[in-house]
Design a protein around this ligand. Structure first.
Ligand code: NAP
Length: 316
């Protein structure tokens, strides 16, 4: 293990992301000392048993003296948590997050972040449908993209801090990329947010049909539907906040999606097999590109075996 990038880091919010971060630091380095805090007393108690680090009773106490502070809480809580810890942040500290929406996250944190702190928002493109401290695992970030959305700045100290944060995530095995926050939100609207919305919707429709079809929907839920149920099991608080804070990009993407869906609907209605074949062939090409980019395997069943160990699948 090489020299840690940070002497001391604070992780605030110890659910799937926060616990995984603590496990990854323990496994791969990146930081010497870890302090922890979660607003939920039950999560604190569970994390104290499962996660290596010094647990504090307040966010401010955990953040005090840290070289880098990682906010691993739902996007809607980022602004108030920044305000809460602001007085404790040391000169030159890095403040970052793992939130799935970047424009609103950056604005909310910037509003409360003191000038002497380097605010560098971020988002690991890695996740699962599980939540809570028990869901965390050390390899979540390995070989996954980590997108940083730095604030506009020509301060060399800010550039050095961004470089340091990149090296930290690389030490945990991530591939780091920088991007403008609005671009991040547009890209994630189609690759992550819309698929989750569709999953929630299809499962809800199936739930309504379940009573009509007398249990046959769940019974025959292999095939595509099972994958949707996995995605739709994701944390409701986290996803509520994603849709509320990335509203414009999601609505824009949803509009285009609805038009394309209407075209497929028309092709089915008029028996236009050529149109259906053309669209399905195009989609198959995109699937091939995902495999070639190393983001999934070519195995049947979307590369996931029943009861397989969790692995990063870029959920959020
Ligand atoms: P999680 O498992 O539900 O954990 C979040 C934890 O933060 C909960 O214990 C929650 O407590 C706590 N919390 C809420 N507000 C807090 C506050 N003000 N101060 C301290 N702790 C607070 O959620 P997660 O899946 O780790 O997600 C965390 C963040 O990562 C979200 O912003 C999400 O968008 C992002 N993300 C998630 C994924 C994914 O696949 N899950 C992937 C990439 C990024 P309560 O339960 O009491 O609210």
């Amino acid at each position: 293990m090489s020299q840690p990038v940070f002497q001391r880091v604070a992780i605030l919010g110890i659910g799937l992301l926060g616990a995984s971060l603590a496990h990854a630091i323990r496994a791969y380095g990146g930081a010497g000392e870890v302090t922890l805090y979660d607003a939920d007393p039950e999560a604190r108690a569970q994390a104290a048993r499962l996660v290596q680090g010094h647990m504090f009773e307040t966010a401010r106490a955990a953040a005090e003296g840290a070289d880098a502070v990682f906010l691993c809480v739902p996007v809607g809580a980022l602004g108030s948590l920044t305000a809460e810890i602001a007085p404790a942040l040391k000169d030159g500290a890095i403040l970052t997050d793992v939130g799935s929406v970047k424009q609103r996250a950056s604005e909310d944190m910037a509003h409360a972040c003191p000038d002497h702190v380097h605010l560098i928002p971020g988002h690991p493109i890695a996740g699962t449908e599980k939540s809570g401290p028990g869901a965390g695992f050390a390899d979540l970030f390995r070989d996954a993209w980590h997108i940083l959305t730095p604030m506009p700045s020509d301060d060399p100290a800010y550039a050095a801090a961004t470089d340091r944060l990149s090296r930290f995530w690389q030490a945990l095995g991530a591939r780091v990329e920088t991007m403008a926050p609005d671009r991040h939100d547009r890209v994630l609207a189609i690759t992550s947010h819309l698929p989750h919305l569709i999953a929630y919707n299809i499962v809800s429709t199936a739930y309504d049909m379940e009573s009509v079809e007398q249990g046959e929907v769940v019974k025959y839920s292999a095939g595509g539907f099972r994958d949707f149920t996995r995605i739709a099991a994701s944390d409701p608080t986290m996803w509520r906040d994603v849709f509320l804070t990335n509203r414009d990009a999601v609505l824009e993407t949803l509009g285009r999606f609805s038009e394309d869906l209407a075209a497929l609907q028309r092709a089915i209605r008029w028996g236009d097999g050529d149109a259906l074949f053309r669209e399905f062939s195009r989609a198959r090409g995109i699937r091939q590109a995902v495999i070639e980019a190393g983001l999934d395997t070519d195995e049947a069943d979307f590369g996931r075996r029943a009861l397989a160990a969790p692995k990063p699948d870029g959920d959020a």
